[in-house]
Design a protein around this ligand. Structure first.
Ligand code: PMP
Length: 398
């Protein structure tokens, strides 16, 4: 017997578990629509041209592998601020936004959760029902009680806004509300501008703490359009916490490039906040890795590469959009009158298909098509070679 001999087995991650099962499947036609990764039309994770060019420049320079400052690469942090908040945002002009580089969007959420735990004790966290599966675990691990507010209405296949807003209205001051800034994961259902206005009003009236998670900026309509909710919050209110990520928009998944920002009340408060964020980082992992942030910083700070990036991002967005339309056309043609047009109105990489867990199971067993048991499909993993097969398989299990 050893000290840890009774250690229990932790449950498998639900999404990564799908990938494991996928890899073990010998069927040559197998398709993995479970993960949240963008693939190109040949089923490959793209290496963006702007990224390759930045890497070439970096290699040519041959920089040593020094430590970064605790809050990350300065030219990266400032570029992130402009991209997320918009260059002309009053909060940036007044220097009251504190931004630190983070280990992906997940790391940004964790820095924010630790900060909240330390400086706004007693508050509880509210996440959407459903939400990205890691939100709950992450905030619980940081010591919060995590509750849900109604979000998705599976009958009307859209946002249950009445349920959402009435719950937000009932929350006590300082409640932390996690909001998806765009491209809601897993449903693809976003709020309208008018609905966001109401949410902002409740946040102001009840003095809530909004935590905007933006992992997909650029995947709905474009950088500025997708950033507009964060930007509006930042102009109107403080504090606003923002986690952002370049995993998807730069196809830099494994380099873990993200940022955490807080919009504070004034420049002095921002400086004090930044000092505390650095303390949190220092005691967790000391300072962030260089490579990915240097790539993103190089691209964003070079007008030519920046433009190249936005074009490549547009390419990804347009391809996903096409896949949505083709999937709907195929399903509507094959499904005996069931209407799948709702898929067109969903944003980002995912679609909530409405498939039941039994149908999802049948898809996997009979056709080796892997999707999440909630019916979430990664539309960004469909392509011109596999779409027919997937549509046929879905039509057969309906
Ligand atoms: N938030 C949401 C809503 C996400 O979907 C994801 C990733 N899929 C993240 C955060 C984390 O992003 P990252 O991979 O950059 O840690």
């Amino acid at each position: 017997e050893t000290i840890f001999s009774a250690i229990p087995m932790a449950p498998r991650d639900p999404i990564l578990g799908i990938t494991e099962a996928f890899h073990a499947d010998p069927n040559p036609h197998k398709i993995n629509l479970g993960v949240g990764v963008y693939y190109d039309d040949n089923g490959k994770v793209p290496l963006l041209k702007c990224v390759l060019e930045a890497e070439r420049q970096m290699t040519a320079q041959g920089s040593p592998h020094t430590y970064l400052p605790i809050d990350g690469l300065a030219m990266y942090d400032s570029a992130v601020q402009k991209l997320v908040f918009g260059e002309d945002n009053i909060a940036l002009q007044e220097k009251r936004v504190a931004t630190v580089q983070s280990i992906g969007g997940t790391g940004a959420l964790k820095i924010g959760a630790d900060f909240l735990k330390r400086f706004s004790s007693n508050s509880q966290v509210w996440i959407s029902d459903p939400s990205w599966e890691n939100h709950r675990a992450l905030f619980e691990a940081a010591g919060f009680k995590v509750n849900t507010y109604p979000y998705y209405d599976s009958v009307n296949r859209g946002v249950d806004f009445a349920g959402m807003i009435s719950t937000l209205k009932s929350l006590p001051a300082r409640s932390v509300v996690v909001l998806h800034a765009c491209c809601h994961n897993p449903t693809g259902a976003d709020l309208s501008d008018a609905q966001w206005d109401e949410v902002i009003e409740v946040v102001q009236d009840n003095k809530l703490i909004p935590f905007l998670d933006m992992a997909y900026q650029g995947f709905s309509e474009g950088i500025d359009s997708d950033g507009k909710i964060v930007r509006r919050f930042a102009r109107l209110y403080s504090p606003v916490l923002v986690s952002s990520s370049f995993s998807k928009s730069f196809s830099l998944y494994g380099e873990r490039v993200g940022a955490f920002s807080i919009v504070t009340g004034n420049a002095d408060e921002a400086a004090r906040t930044l000092s505390q964020l650095k303390r949190i980082i220092r005691t967790n992992y000391s300072n962030p890795p260089i490579y990915g942030a240097k790539i993103v910083g190089t691209v964003l700070n070079n007008p030519e590469l920046h433009k190249m990036w936005e074009n490549e991002l547009t390419g990804m967005r347009v391809r996903i959009h096409e896949m949505r339309h083709k999937l709907v056309d195929e399903l509507n043609a094959k499904s005996n009158g069931q209407d799948f047009s709702f898929i067109i109105h969903q944003n980002g990489m995912f679609s909530y298909s409405g498939l039941t867990p039994e149908q999802v199971e049948k898809l996997r067993k009979d056709y080796s098509v892997y999707i999440v048991s909630t019916g979430r499909i990664c539309v960004a993993a469909l392509n011109s070679h596999n779409l027919d097969y997937v549509a046929n398989a879905i039509a057969k299990v309906l």
